[in-house]
Design a protein around this ligand. Structure first.
Ligand code: UDP
Length: 245
């Protein structure tokens, strides 16, 4: 049985990056779908109001703790989640595994120039990686066409970067029609891999302040700063009401 902890009613894995990545080859070998999902305060607040987001989080095979708010709530309520697993680190590990095991990847999402640059950089940084294809997130193609293109590419690993909650809803609707095995909602990771957006400096990451850095450096994310206290209060009350879960 895997170890999970409920935060705002959603089970979150008590897991670290290495342990989660060790499972990837098994899923690939058995062609068993693996849905790796970043769990952060914003997505948990969305899930409270949006049944589709909630369903995706509950369907996800690997909901991992990607947000310092999650770690803090776990700590303050005597939980066992100790470390953040950043979505971008998961994606980079998957790229390594894809290269090593010769499994192809597909990138869906982000602006056309961004996803193209991300693909170029990935090809340079992960020598020999097979990129089965990519589609930007502003395409006029229908979902049925996108699913067909991905399936025809025979990609085993699919990264979806459409922003939240669009990427989660898209995955919920389509992962069963797709022949890929590993799925990840990656938010702004293509922007980082393209080189257009810089990740926070290492010392900021180590101080657990990457969320603050990202919110301050992108006005579109500024409201997230205000969401954090809302999340913490709601999550603590949830724990009080559901002491035994
Ligand atoms: N994005 C997209 N299509 C859309 C909306 C967003 O491809 O309709 C892309 C956007 O260009 C970016 C990524 O999704 O590369 C993440 O967007 P954002 O930072 O807004 O999402 P969040 O990190 O808040 O989930």
């Amino acid at each position: 049985m895997k170890n999970t902890e409920k935060i705002l009613g959603i089970p979150v894995d008590v897991i670290e990056l290495d342990a989660m990545m060790e499972e990837v080859p098994n899923y690939l070998r058995k062609s068993k779908k693996m849905l790796l999902t970043s769990i952060n305060p914003q997505i948990l607040l969305m899930a409270k109001k949006d049944k589709e987001v909630q369903e995706y989080l509950l369907t996800s095979t690997h909901p991992f703790p990607d947000g310092i708010g999650i770690i803090k709530v776990s700590k303050w309520t005597g939980g066992a989640i100790k470390h953040r697993v950043a979505g971008i680190d998961v994606m980079m590990e998957l790229l390594k595994i894809a290269t090593r095991l010769e499994q192809s990847v597909f990138l869906f999402g982000a602006h056309p120039d961004i996803v193209r640059k991300a693909v170029e950089n990935i090809k340079n940084d992960y020598k020999g990686i097979k990129i089965a294809g990519y589609i930007d997130g502003y395409t006029t193609k229908t979902d049925a066409e996108i699913v067909q293109i991905i399936n025809e590419s025979q990609a085993k690993i699919l990264f979806v970067a459409l922003g939240s909650p669009r990427q989660e809803k898209w995955l919920l609707k389509h992962y069963n029609q797709l022949n890929s095995v590993i799925f990840q909602n990656v938010g702004g990771s293509f922007d980082v891999l393209s080189g257009e957006v810089k990740r926070a400096p290492q010392w900021v990451i180590q101080l657990n302040l990457e969320w603050l850095y990202r919110s301050l450096s992108n006005p579109k994310r500024f409201h997230r700063i205000l969401q954090l206290p809302v999340f913490v209060v709601e999550a603590l009350f949830w724990k009080i009401r559901h002491r035994d879960e």
